[in-house]
Design a binder for this molecule. Structure first.
Ligand code: IMP
Ligand code: MG
Length: 346
């Protein structure tokens, strides 16, 4: 009985989800957790190649639009769930460019396929391009075709043949043998088709419930939901951004960022408690990760332990915890994967 309790306690299933409008730094949090926890599986859910997750590891910058960010832990299996859209060219390019062992990667047979026609249609849409500020990567059009049940699936694509698997079956087997599973969401809570500022949203829900469905697990398989907030809020594309600062003020504060997929300057605003509380509820968050703390406290850049943090930075984190009622367990202090503080109980 005792051994059983220990196994259950130490072999969790983690979800990592964006708390604001995407670009919270999920990739760096997933990469850090993958290495630290030596995860057996890192599975990517979410929309598809409209997301760009950045991981800086061993002096190299990886920009990942399809491959799960947990690839940095070399023993992990890398899975893309049936709910995720795949652009075969983008995926295969990433695997080649970043020298990832292709045997580590599995794509669910039922994942939807983005074709050139989907990207073309988005580029021709004044609504998506002008009004919404879409990444124009074909995701919305492909999801529309999937809803109409005319979308091609991964099982029908020759170039993916050696990658095809059943992601739910692989994950259930891992869970049943007490392995560690890390699930990476994309975009952010307020880009959700249902819970965001419609129509300024992406083409599907992006919260924890849907993330489970993306890879084929039920809510009760999940042990921890890590909600990622950047120390301030950014958004690319159109739509409301409460508290938005003028571009020169964003630069003055050193909060300037450019999109991974589109290269666009991101709009920015101070941390938003109202949205954060809503995101916690929408995802049933059990832990919070704060990224870019060093943007608020430059002297804390690169710190890797709680004790090293300045009193102001510590107070800032404790204030967040008091207001949000959820523990801040991961604090990122720089862009390199190891520049983070892990406050989880051992
Ligand atoms: P789409 O999903 O490419 O059609 O884009 C719809 C909206 O979501 C636009 O405002 C995009 O800028 C935004 N968006 C989509 N994916 C991401 C992401 O990964 N990070 C940040 N914004 C995104
Ligand atoms: Mg991004």
């Amino acid at each position: 009985m005792f051994a059983f309790v220990l196994l259950v306690k130490f072999m969790p299933v983690y979800l990592v989800i964006g708390g604001f409008f995407g670009d919270e730094g999920k990739g760096s949090v997933v990469g850090f957790l993958a290495l630290k926890d030596k995860v057996d599986i890192c599975a990517r859910g979410g929309v598809g190649p409209n997301a760009g997750h950045t991981v800086i590891y061993n002096g190299r910058t990886y920009r990942l639009r399809q491959v799960p960010s947990g690839f940095v832990y070399e023993k992990s299996r890398l899975l893309i769930g049936p709910g995720v859209l795949v652009n075969p060219e983008v995926l295969l390019n990433e695997i080649r460019m970043y020298e990832i062992d292709i045997k580590r990667v599995g794509v669910d047979k039922n994942a939807g396929i983005i074709e050139e026609i989907h990207i073309q249609r988005e580029k021709e849409s004044a609504h998506l391009k002008g009004e919404i500020g879409s990444t124009l990567t074909g995701c919305g059009q492909a999801n529309a075709d999937r809803a109409l049940r005319i979308l091609k699936l991964a099982r029908d694509v020759d170039t993916l043949r050696q990658l095809i698997t059943s992601v739910p079956d692989e994950i259930w087997e891992a869970i049943d043998s007490n392995k560690r599973v890390l699930v990476e969401g994309t975009q952010g809570t307020f880009l959700s088709l249902y819970h965001g500022f419609y129509p300024y949203v992406t083409s599907k829900d992006t919260t924890a419930g849907t993330l489970c469905g993306d890879i084929g697990i039920g809510p009760k398989d999940v042990d921890e939901v890590v909600l990622v907030f950047k120390a301030f809020v950014t958004r690319v594309g159109a739509g409301p951004l409460p508290g938005e600062l003028p571009a020169d003020e964003v630069k003055r504060r050193g909060w300037e960022e450019y999109g991974t997929v589109t290269g666009r300057l991101r709009r920015a605003a101070p941390f938003n408690y109202e949205l954060a509380k809503r995101a916690i509820r929408l995802n049933s968050a059990t832990q919070i990760a704060i990224t870019k703390l060093d943007a608020l406290f430059p002297k804390d850049r690169g710190k890797r332990s709680w004790d090293e943090l300045s009193p102001e930075a510590k107070e800032h984190i404790l204030e967040l915890e008091r207001n949000l009622g959820v523990p801040v367990t991961i604090i990122r202090t720089g862009l390199e994967i190891h520049e983070a503080i892990d406050r989880r109980k051992p």
